[in-house]
Design a protein around this ligand. Structure first.
Ligand SMILES: [Zn+2]
Ligand SMILES: [Zn+2]
Length: 444
């Protein structure tokens, strides 16, 4: 048996990479357009960083942290999420003193130690943004707008924005008491996880995926709202400031023509969220339908040792976006664009001349390949097609005598037919100039 990748991890081969690159480029481009700068943090962090900030009772800390031990005593973890390391870096590099309000983005792998199951990986990938240093509702709206813009750019047109608010810490404490009172009679019918959530962080019952728990929670929230005479079903009783913030976010979203659903009860599973919380869900993803999620975390910077300052961000699962995009079967992705040139030679003796051309193309930054194995012309043409090349340049005896090269353009496939094949003869001197204009790789 040959060695295998660990369960819950995947290799990305070239077909996949093309889609990943397109997504990563869209993320980078749009983040820069909105004024966000990239920050890269290490994959390993001190375990206590997450224990303190995410909350001891969360699933991440209780079951999902990927612990790493070296020979010393220090306990480290592979990062389970992006926000906490970003805030750590923000504070460690004194960005709160030098820059104040900072808009950052990140992209990369995250890790989880739970048993891998459908749609859940040990190593998964996220991109996200953190706007740190402002409590303005306009920043919430900007972050949500950017989140949706990137998803649209990645071909997702069928996603919905779910919006809610969790209020400030005082609101949360007050509302937790009220929710416990309401859930108390049904407490024994909750699942085992929810029994302990009831004591430690009762809002997490609202996140439970178990049908029974969901039903009990929805009913409890309905009752709370009925008693309070509130329309949107939130278990959070908001102070005036938090209610105003939520109204401003909703009205700015309406002004921008962004549709949202604020009629569902949900709370984000991490301790650090306050006020605005949101999720973007996609029907193509089944029960794990969240593509992106985020919200405001106005207390986290202070809890991590910084000054009190507002912050808001989101994280998006890259695997989920690609899966959702595949569900929508965006055209254009089905027929990927052809790229690069294949230099084919009719005799092994011409490899030397072909190699000289390839080197010139590479020096120009043009994407070019050839075979060094003396294959038949037919085999080389097949190889060019399989490699997705846009051009095949054929170097034969006739061409070499006339100091020319035959250039054939391969059109994108349409079903099994190949369309628009064209061939012309180009002087050898002009060949590199002409072709290198057309065959820059996508990252240029
Ligand atoms: Zn409040
Ligand atoms: Zn439950």
């Amino acid at each position: 048996m040959v060695p295998q990748a660990l369960r819950g991890t995947t290799d990305l081969l070239s077909d996949e990479i093309t889609r990943w690159l397109a997504l990563e480029q869209a993320v980078r481009r749009l983040c820069v357009v909105y004024g966000y700068q990239e920050l890269r943090t290490p994959l390993i962090e001190d375990a206590s960083l997450f224990l303190r900030s995410i909350g001891q009772t969360t699933d991440i800390v209780q079951k999902e942290m990927f612990r790493v031990h070296d020979r010393g005593d220090q306990e480290m973890v592979l990062r389970p999420e992006g926000t906490v390391p970003m805030v750590r870096a923000y504070l460690e590099h004194n960005l709160h003193k030098t820059d104040g309000f900072v808009k950052l983005f990140y992209m990369g792998p995250m890790f989880r130690a739970e048993r891998p199951q459908a749609g859940r990986f040990r190593q998964f990938h996220q991109y996200g943004v953190e706007a740190i240093g402002s409590a303005s509702p306009w920043v919430d709206v900007e972050v949500i707008t950017l989140c949706l813009h990137i998803l649209r750019e990645c071909g997702l047109s069928q996603s919905t924005l779910w919006l809610s608010t969790m209020g400030c810490r005082e609101d949360q404490q007050r509302s937790a008491e009220r929710l416990r009172v309401q859930l108390q009679p049904d407490r024994m019918h909750l699942c085992k996880d929810c029994q302990s959530r009831f004591e430690k962080n009762v809002f997490r019952v609202l996140d439970c995926k178990q049908k029974t728990c969901q039903k009990i929670a929805q009913e409890a929230v309905r009752q709370i709202n009925q008693d309070a005479g509130k329309a949107p079903p939130t278990p959070f009783s908001l102070c005036d400031e938090c209610a105003k913030h939520f109204d401003e976010v909703r009205s700015a979203l309406r002004d921008s023509g962004i549709a949202f659903d604020d009629t569902q009860v949900f709370a984000r599973g991490l301790d650090y969220y306050t006020r605005t919380v949101f999720e973007v869900r996609h029907a193509g993803l089944g029960s794990q339908d969240a593509v992106a999620a985020g919200g405001r975390y106005d207390r986290l910077v202070e809890e991590m040792g910084g000054p009190p300052m507002g912050a808001v961000g989101f994280a998006t699962g890259i695997e989920r976006v690609l899966l959702a995009a595949a569900c929508e079967q965006t055209q254009g992705e089905v027929n990927p664009t052809r790229r690069g040139v294949y230099v084919a030679v009719t005799e092994a003796g011409f490899i030397r001349e072909g190699f000289r051309l390839i080197q010139q193309l590479h020096n120009r930054g043009a994407q070019a390949i050839m075979s060094y194995d003396g294959k038949s012309l037919r085999a080389q043409l097949r190889e060019a097609d399989q490699a997705g090349c846009q051009f095949v340049a054929i170097l034969g005896e006739r061409e070499l005598k006339g100091r020319t090269i035959s250039l054939r353009e391969l059109a994108a496939r349409c079903g099994s037919r190949e369309l628009g094949k064209s061939e012309r003869t180009v002087p050898l001197e002009a060949f590199v100039d002409e072709v290198s204009q057309h065959v820059k790789p996508p990252c240029h």
